[in-house]
Design a protein around this ligand. Structure first.
Ligand code: PLP
Length: 287
């Protein structure tokens, strides 16, 4: 396995980062998770745009141009002969001293890992997941703004721990006002009386690239889509609920906080969107 690290391709054993890297010391950095379908990087530019926007927001200058980064990703895929898998792109503030000050970190660390993806079983896509709502609130504005895909995922990890304790597969996060925002690492949608709903991202959700692809697919398929706030009540009484994300694609929830959702398995609109999404992914890529 070849890993791109600061201008070089190194083996997994040699891919080492300083203990003084502020990504490690403080979670000071940003990342992206991207899919490779049939050798194509799905929504490459959308992911890179989000990466560069996140960097700008935390005042981090990525030492590679957009085009260079695209080429580095493509080369990492080629070297690993990966046709279907996952790319993890990380840019951290780089090595400094023990102080917080980013001015002490002259050189950001850039790494690209491509790997096989451990995803849900095909059965899970039909059966749906068990999910729980959790007490952690999705942080808003400032540094933990969900729009910034930063290395500070502690909140999401606490959410995961809470859902693990409940033996659930996925968690649902609310914001401080009690509106549903997203899953632990996925966006959320529900279907009620044939209409598809997803919360606006300003409530506290990452602007998911899969989310946007699904919104576009809804338009294409003629489903009415509304971006509007909803609460757990709306989730419980929905006909269908599903999550979207780079790794998960489109996956239903069959049970949430002990309530059976719809028929208790993936519903027809969820499955149709998954089918169409999977058709689209191989056509919309960067080689
Ligand atoms: N929400 C969070 C918190 C995430 O980490 C992710 C994954 O990147 C998503 C949503 C889904 O976003 P995307 O579809 O771009 O993978």
């Amino acid at each position: 396995q070849w890993i791109y690290l600061d201008g070089e391709f190194v083996t997994k054993e040699n891919a080492k980062v300083s203990v003084f890297d502020h990504g490690f010391l403080y979670g000071d950095g940003i990342f992206e998770g991207i899919r490779i379908y049939e050798g194509n990087i799905f929504k490459c530019d959308e992911h890179l745009e989000r990466l560069y926007d996140s960097a700008k927001s935390i005042d981090l200058v990525i030492p590679l141009s957009f085009e260079e980064m695209r080429e580095v990703m493509a080369e990492t895929i080629r070297r690993n002969e990966m046709r279907n898998g996952y790319i993890r792109l990380v840019v951290s503030r780089g090595a400094g001293n023990l102080g917080l000050d980013p001015r002490r970190c002259p050189k950001p660390t850039v790494l690209v890992i491509v790997e096989q993806l451990a995803i849900y079983s095909e059965e899970a896509y039909l059966k749906g997941l068990r999910a729980v709502s959790v007490s952690q609130r999705r942080n808003l504005p400032d540094a933990l703004n969900p729009k910034i895909k930063s290395l500070n995922y502690l909140n999401n990890i606490l959410v995961k721990i809470q859902s693990n304790l409940a033996e659930a597969d996925e968690a649902i996060m609310l914001n401080a006002q009690g509106y549903v925002t997203e899953g632990s690492g996925d966006n959320i949608f529900l279907v009620k009386k044939g209409v598809v709903y997803t919360p606006p991202c300003y409530l506290g959700a990452l602007e998911g690239i899969t989310r946007l692809a699904i919104i576009e697919l809804c338009e294409k398929l003629g489903y009415k889509l509304k971006e509007e706030p909803f609460t757990m009540h709306d989730v419980y009484i929905a006909d269908e609920v599903f999550f979207t994300g780079t790794a998960a694609e489109v996956i239903a929830a069959r049970e949430i906080d002990g309530r059976v959702i719809g028929e208790g398995h993936a519903g027809p609109i969820t499955l149709k969107l998954l089918e169409e999404f999977r058709k689209a992914v191989t056509q919309d890529g960067y080689k």
